[in-house]
Design a protein around this ligand. Structure first.
Ligand code: AMP
Length: 365
């Protein structure tokens, strides 16, 4: 079986690396000729909406998936006319637009921050008057890793935020005074079976995920699974999906879904019985899903901008290193490492010792 992957970043690369032991082959398509997935599978360099290139790819593979959620929906629908595409394209319409996404959560009775669509400066003033400050102004589309958003804390913050974002369709969200951020990675198979990984607790800096810690028997697990199940069933979803939440008191408030494998699930490669990448492939192929069981005490660190020296990382016990084969650049995710300790170990203590040694001293403060 040959799987086509739209997008050839590190997610596609790790998907292919998980699929080779299962006997699968891969081809990728990405506009960037240096996309790091191209180091592990044949890469077609083409725009995501290049129909000739998409049709050629479709003719060479058995099915197609994507690792990047901002692929044009029309292009994925075009592909779906030629070959099976999972997850099915309609979920992209919702996941690409923060307003539609929140409307979908409301329809499914999943709590969200209060929000208002904003198309003009006057609408921004009205929305701020209704929701109060602080609030978060975001572009409806194409935001990622904290890009395309501003926290508005005082009236003077409106003008610079509007100057930067105004013109694009926006959404104003009430600021959620969350206790922690968690995400749930889940897989749904073609036959409708589902598996849910343990919740991950996530720490962001400058809008970018820095640390994910897998939570054993978390009190929020059942609620997160219930909300995620509603979304998976609503879309008759096939593949891996991640759902990001804010925890407030003993409840969860939905932030966003990602219709793909997710950075907060990278710990599953060594830390669970079946990785999110393997389960995504099993799901889209109609193969049995694997157990998401947590194998110990597990935390993942992201390397942003540049990678510490790999040999030095390898000197750290129980640390599993993933370099993505990307050149360094500010804000770029260039690799990650997962610390996997036995169930009875002191993970917070081990992280406190490890973080300064990998140039991330302040992450837990
Ligand atoms: P997002 O791109 O929507 O995931 O936002 C990036 C990060 O900004 C989140 O992980 C939160 O740390 C923060 N954030 C986003 N929306 C809100 C909100 N409504 N209230 C509080 N913090 C938020």
């Amino acid at each position: 079986m040959k799987v086509g992957i739209i997008g050839a970043g590190q997610l596609g690369r790790m998907m292919a690396l998980a699929g080779y032991p299962l006997g699968l082959e891969f081809e990728m398509l990405d506009p960037n000729p240096r996309a790091c997935g191209g180091q592990v599978a044949p890469l077609t360099v083409a725009a995501f909406d290049d129909r000739e290139a998409l049709a050629a790819l479709a003719s060479r593979v058995d099915l197609v998936t994507f690792e990047f959620e901002n692929v044009p929906v029309a292009a994925m629908e075009f592909l779906a006319g030629q070959v099976e595409v999972f997850p099915r394209p309609p979920v992209l319409e919702t996941a690409q637009d923060r307003l539609r996404e929140k409307e979908c959560f409301r329809q499914l009775a999943i709590p969200t921050p209060d929000y208002r669509p904003v198309e003009s400066r006057a609408e921004l003033e009205a929305a701020v008057a209704e929701l109060g400050l602080p609030a978060v102004l975001k572009t409806r589309r194409f935001g990622y890793d904290g890009k395309g958003q501003f926290i508005l804390r005082q009236p003077g913050d409106l003008e610079p935020a509007w100057a930067a974002l105004g013109g694009a369709p926006l959404i104003l969200e009430a600021f959620v005074p969350f206790g922690r951020e968690v995400s749930l990675v889940a897989a749904r198979s073609r036959a409708g079976g589902m598996v849910f990984y343990p919740l991950a607790e996530n720490i962001h800096r400058d809008g970018i995920l820095r640390l994910s810690q897998a939570c054993s028997a978390d009190p929020m697990q059942a609620l997160a699974e219930e909300y995620t199940r509603r979304v998976l069933e609503h879309f008759a979803y096939v593949g891996v999906m991640a759902f990001e939440f804010f925890q407030v008191a003993d409840g969860l408030v939905a932030n966003e879904i990602a219709p793909r494998v997710h950075n907060s699930g990278h710990w599953t490669i060594e830390g669970s019985e079946t990785s999110q990448f393997a389960n995504h492939l099993r799901a889209i192929l109609g193969w049995p899903l694997g157990s998401p069981e947590l194998l110990g005490q597990v935390a993942m660190l992201n390397f942003i901008g540049e990678l510490p020296a790999v040999p030095a990382l390898l000197g750290e016990p129980h640390l599993h290193v993933h370099a993505y084969g990307k050149s360094p650049a500010p804000g770029r995710k260039v690799g990650h490492a997962t610390l996997c300790l036995p169930p009875a170990a002191d993970l917070p203590g081990a992280l406190r010792l490890l973080l300064p040694r990998v140039n991330l001293p302040a992450l837990l403060d």
